[in-house]
Design a protein around this ligand. Structure first.
Ligand code: HEM
Length: 471
């Protein structure tokens, strides 16, 4: 066993403003997770305190500290937001309690073990037809349009794919109705930061509880249906029938909580990843042309089947590289379950430790020309789980990683063969917030695929994040 020397030095980092403490620095991090975290790393090094050296809020950078943090779940716990204090005997409390992202230890291990088969490669193959059908319907609809907000369209598509594959619904109106209910529920969470959790009509908390009850009742009915029907191939059906070696199954409350978090964790991240991948391709006409040649050569205008998805190596590189450059979860965090050591500094129990896939992905010692979009690098490059981690690493690694990559490939392959999207000239392009949403959308003109690839100049914060030849 190696003994670590613990430093008595103050942890380096930015100063905090009087009275406001570290809040202004936190706000900068939540608003600009990429540029701010990169500045912290460049200025202060691998371990940074967010305010005046306070060890309760620190940032840990680089593959070695990613490993330290993510491979020791007993010391560095996931989740632990304030929402966990919500009463567990409400519909909303149950949704939060039965949520992989908030679970730790044996409980997390057991629940994850039960959920894993629903995300096995073979099982994800069963969701393929839904991904193709819903993408095809969106592309048909685009035929009558000349301009779209690609981000809005991708959100709608991934929302539909998630609801369809999760619940196995066939009726499009029902898919949209449940999608809207889930969206309203997510949006109502934001009010919890400003308003008291008091269940009185008219207050946001009351509204949130009623929405959670509606969702709960809808999923309970579906669960009952799926228990009867052993032929369904959706995620919920797989979870309903999943069991441990000793026969243990997921309870209804657990199933409802997992269904909700799969929706929350699955669609925003994937829609942003698709938006940025498409944008990056349009800023790189040569790569765009090469990718279309690869798709033409294998698919001849058709939707990809599962087998051909594995043969499209440039498409694979494009997906990997866009997730490297603009990962939809650029930073995340863990909480110290006990006093601990990080990078030679002692941290107290309860300390919040942030880590950054984004900064790791931009380290020049790991990635040559780190700010350039070079999908071809992935034909020879091999990186460890802690050096390339758009889906995190360790026991909480994204359970939907294969699902998301399959979905991205299906959508990109179908979209690019049919249309050439061109960014509206001079559009303001700015990835912001904890999921890198394009803050001003992604306005694009729709042109039937004519292979006249061009790089159209844009303005905005994106120039600080990606070096494009034409930008
Ligand atoms: C490009 C798309 C996606 C990205 C970039 C992404 C990223 C991540 C990351 C970084 C984490 C770990 C967070 C942490 O603990 O620090 C995570 C966890 C998770 N993701 Fe994803 N995700 C994506 C798509 C999906 C999809 C499609 C699903 C479901 C269908 C999903 C479900 C989950 C769940 C349930 C967890 C919690 C896992 C656990 O705690 O054991 N994600 N994701």
């Amino acid at each position: 066993m190696t003994t670590k020397t613990v430093s008595s030095r103050t942890i380096p980092g930015p100063a905090a403003l009087p009275l406001l403490g570290g809040w202004t620095n936190m706000l900068k991090l939540f608003r600009y997770p990429c540029t701010y975290s990169r500045w912290l790393h460049d200025t202060y090094g691998d371990v940074v305190a967010m305010a005046n050296g306070d060890p309760s809020y620190v940032f840990a950078f680089g593959p070695a500290l990613n490993f330290h943090l993510l491979s020791q779940p007993a010391i560095f716990e996931a989740g632990k937001g304030t929402i966990l204090k919500m009463p567990k005997d409400t519909a909303w409390g149950r949704l939060q309690f039965y949520n992989l992202l908030n679970m730790n230890g044996e409980h997390h291990k057991q629940q994850r073990h039960l959920m894993q088969p629903a995300f096995h490669k073979r099982q994800i193959g069963l969701y393929h037809n839904d991904m193709v059908a819903l993408t095809g319907r969106m592309l048909e609809r685009w035929q009558s349009l000349s301009q779209i907000d690609l981000h809005f369209e991708m959100k709608k598509l991934t929302q539909r794919i998630t609801v369809k594959t999760l619940f196995g619904l066939d009726d499009e109106q029902e898919i949209d109705r449940i999608g809207t209910l889930l969206q309203q529920l997510i949006a109502s969470q934001a009010y919890l930061l400003y308003t008291p959790p008091i269940d009185i009509p008219g207050l946001p908390y009351h509204r949130m509880l009623r929405l959670a009850e509606q969702l709960e009742s809808f999923v309970r009915t579906l669960i009952a249906r799926k228990r009867e029907d052993t032929t369904s191939t959706d995620v919920l059906a797989a979870l309903v029938h999943a069991h441990d070696e000793d026969g243990t199954k997921l309870t209804d409350d657990e199933l409802i909580g997992h269904a909700f978090i799969l929706y929350v964790a699955g669609h925003v991240t994937t829609s942003n990843a698709l938006t940025w991948a498409t944008f990056l391709l349009h800023q790189h006409p040569h790569i765009h042309a090469d990718l279309l040649a690869e798709l033409d050569g294998r698919l001849h205008g058709d939707a990809p089947d599962l087998q051909s998805l594995h043969q499209l190596s440039l498409l694979d590189g494009v997906v990997k590289e866009s997730l490297r450059l603009l990962p939809p979860t650029p930073t995340s965090m863990r909480t110290a379950a006990a006093p601990c050591e990080v990078g030679g500094f002692e941290l107290p129990k309860g300390a919040t430790i942030f880590y950054s896939p984004f900064v790791t992905h931009r380290l020049p010692e790991l990635y040559e020309d780190p700010d350039r979009f070079k999908p071809e690098r992935w034909t020879t490059l091999n990186r460890t789980a802690y050096e390339y981690l758009p889906f995190a690493a360790g026991p909480h690694r994204c359970i939907g990683a294969e699902f998301a990559q399959q979905e991205m490939k299906v959508v990109l392959a179908m979209l690019l063969q049919r249309y050439r999207l061109a960014v509206v000239p001079n559009a303001r392009i700015e990835p912001k917030g904890s999921n890198l949403d394009p803050a001003y959308g992604m306005p694009m003109r729709i042109i039937p695929q004519d292979r006249q690839f061009e790089c159209i100049p844009v303005r905005g914060h994106i120039h600080r994040l990606v070096e494009c030849p034409g930008m």
